[in-house]
Ligand binder design. Structure first.
Ligand SMILES: [Zn+2]
Length: 84
Protein backbone atom coordinates (compact mmCIF):
# COMPACT_ATOMS: atom_id res chain seq x y z
CA UNK A 1 0.00 0.00 0.00
CA UNK A 2 1.36 3.37 -0.92
CA UNK A 3 2.07 5.92 1.77
CA UNK A 4 -0.28 8.40 0.10
CA UNK A 5 -3.14 5.91 0.24
CA UNK A 6 -2.40 5.07 3.87
CA UNK A 7 -2.52 8.77 4.71
CA UNK A 8 -5.87 9.13 2.93
CA UNK A 9 -7.37 6.16 4.76
CA UNK A 10 -6.10 7.34 8.14
CA UNK A 11 -7.58 10.79 7.48
CA UNK A 12 -11.00 9.44 6.47
CA UNK A 13 -11.13 7.10 9.47
CA UNK A 14 -10.50 9.93 11.90
CA UNK A 15 -13.38 11.92 10.42
CA UNK A 16 -15.92 9.14 11.01
CA UNK A 17 -18.09 10.28 13.86
CA UNK A 18 -18.67 7.74 16.58
CA UNK A 19 -22.29 7.92 17.65
CA UNK A 20 -23.52 6.18 20.75
CA UNK A 21 -26.90 4.58 20.23
CA UNK A 22 -29.69 5.78 22.47
CA UNK A 23 -33.33 4.68 22.38
CA UNK A 24 -35.67 7.33 21.03
CA UNK A 25 -39.36 6.67 21.61
CA UNK A 26 -40.46 9.04 18.84
CA UNK A 27 -38.17 7.42 16.29
CA UNK A 28 -39.39 3.95 17.32
CA UNK A 29 -43.06 4.96 17.12
CA UNK A 30 -42.42 6.54 13.73
CA UNK A 31 -40.88 3.31 12.45
CA UNK A 32 -43.80 1.30 13.85
CA UNK A 33 -46.25 3.59 12.05
CA UNK A 34 -44.43 2.83 8.79
CA UNK A 35 -44.69 -0.91 9.52
CA UNK A 36 -48.42 -0.48 10.21
CA UNK A 37 -48.84 1.37 6.90
CA UNK A 38 -47.05 -1.43 5.05
CA UNK A 39 -49.25 -4.02 6.79
CA UNK A 40 -52.47 -2.12 6.15
CA UNK A 41 -54.96 -4.11 4.12
CA UNK A 42 -52.91 -7.30 4.26
CA UNK A 43 -54.62 -10.53 5.28
CA UNK A 44 -54.03 -12.24 8.59
CA UNK A 45 -53.81 -15.95 9.31
CA UNK A 46 -57.16 -17.11 10.66
CA UNK A 47 -55.37 -19.36 13.12
CA UNK A 48 -52.50 -17.36 14.59
CA UNK A 49 -53.21 -13.82 13.37
CA UNK A 50 -49.87 -13.48 11.57
CA UNK A 51 -50.00 -10.70 8.95
CA UNK A 52 -48.98 -12.11 5.57
CA UNK A 53 -48.82 -10.92 1.97
CA UNK A 54 -51.14 -13.71 0.98
CA UNK A 55 -52.88 -16.44 2.92
CA UNK A 56 -53.05 -19.93 1.45
CA UNK A 57 -56.26 -21.56 0.18
CA UNK A 58 -57.23 -22.33 3.80
CA UNK A 59 -56.83 -18.73 4.96
CA UNK A 60 -53.64 -19.59 6.81
CA UNK A 61 -50.09 -18.31 6.91
CA UNK A 62 -47.18 -20.53 5.81
CA UNK A 63 -46.41 -21.93 9.26
CA UNK A 64 -46.18 -25.72 9.52
CA UNK A 65 -47.07 -26.24 13.17
CA UNK A 66 -49.39 -29.14 14.01
CA UNK A 67 -52.24 -26.67 14.61
CA UNK A 68 -51.74 -25.19 11.13
CA UNK A 69 -51.54 -28.66 9.58
CA UNK A 70 -54.79 -29.67 11.28
CA UNK A 71 -56.44 -26.47 10.06
CA UNK A 72 -55.34 -27.44 6.52
CA UNK A 73 -57.01 -30.81 6.94
CA UNK A 74 -53.75 -32.72 7.35
CA UNK A 75 -54.03 -35.57 9.82
CA UNK A 76 -51.36 -35.15 12.45
CA UNK A 77 -50.53 -38.47 14.14
CA UNK A 78 -50.97 -38.32 17.88
CA UNK A 79 -47.76 -38.72 19.78
CA UNK A 80 -47.91 -41.69 22.09
CA UNK A 81 -46.64 -41.08 25.58
CA UNK A 82 -43.39 -42.87 26.35
CA UNK A 83 -42.67 -43.72 22.74
CA UNK A 84 -40.61 -42.15 20.02
ZN1 LIG B 1 -50.73 -18.90 11.10
Amino acid sequence: MSAALETLIARSLSTVEEKTWAPDREVTLGELRIVDMIHEGKPTCRLCGQIVNQTDQFGLCSKTTDAHKVARGVVVPARKAGRR
